[in-house]
Write a protein that binds this ligand. Structure first.
Ligand SMILES: [Zn+2]
Length: 257
């Protein structure tokens, strides 16, 4: 069986400081052999890269829309310098997470500015984008139509229906499917997984957030990935092995792993 890869897990977050070792051990035991730690804000880059190195994970560099407040031109210069410094590091595989979130709209103008700068960085360093997209799909699609990086990227934590999904897929982007798929109140997302070809998706958990409703302590970990694979298999009427293989192929292709 091919290894399972979590394309989006914040394993550097303090929520995992107490049991990170044991979690990685448990993951390995169930076939989750790799994961990608996405960046969120300048003050977290250092620890993020350290954890990625310590556990042999892939990582991305960027600024999350929630962290746009207070980002200075110096932070953006530092981001560029870090990308430059790590550009020959095979573990650095994307720019992000970046994007737009209208539920945090106070700084929406800054969000657009920083999103566009990060699209430019993805082009400059020839990396794909990891995007956070909440209630701002029109704006994001508009940016991607005019200034898409050639390696494209992924809309992580995708929760929309087939029509929206197709707009991203038609532009060459993938959709990150996570624990929300396991919730009974996600019919739109489930329909997306039924309708779109398997090539459209990559697996993710967004740990430690986005815990499925069934989870006990409201903390999410990559250990739910086999459940997501089972659910996809169920929805697509295919075997879990086939889903797992296709997800491995998609993520390795997208990030050139
Ligand atoms: Zn995230």
């Amino acid at each position: 069986m091919l290894p399972i890869i979590d394309s989006h897990a914040h394993m550097d977050f303090p929520e995992f400081d107490n049991d990170r070792d044991s979690l990685f051990e448990q993951m390995h035991r169930v076939g989750i052999k790799q994961l990608l730690i996405p960046a969120v804000s300048p003050d977290k880059w250092k620890k993020q890269i350290e954890i990625a190195k310590q556990y042999g994970c892939y990582y991305s560099l960027g600024i999350h829309p929630w962290s746009c407040e207070g980002v200075t031109p110096k932070d953006m210069r530092n981001l560029r310098a870090l990308l430059e410094r790590h550009k020959d590091d095979a573990s650095l595989v994307a720019v992000g997470e970046c994007g737009l979130d209208k539920l945090h709209k106070g700084n929406f103008v800054t969000q657009i500015e920083l999103f566009r700068s990060q699209i430019s960085l993805a082009k400059e360093f020839d990396l794909p984008l990891i995007m956070h997209a909440v209630k701002a799909h029109d704006e994001i699609l508009k940016c991607l139509k005019t200034e898409s990086p050639s390696r494209k990227g992924v809309v992580h934590g995708f929760y929309g229906g087939p029509q929206l999904a197709r707009q991203y897929v038609n532009l060459g982007y993938k959709l990150g499917i996570g624990g929300q798929l396991l919730n009974d109140n996600a019919p739109k997302l489930q329909q997306t997984v039924v309708d779109l070809p398997l090539e459209s998706f990559v697996l993710e958990t967004d740990s430690p957030s986005m815990a499925p409703k069934s989870s006990r302590n409201n903390r999410n970990t990559p250990l739910i990935l086999p459940n997501i694979i089972e659910k996809m298999a169920d929805l697509q009427k295919k075997s879990a092995v086939l889903i797992s293989e296709q997800m491995f192929f998609n993520v390795t292709q997208l990030f050139d792993l």
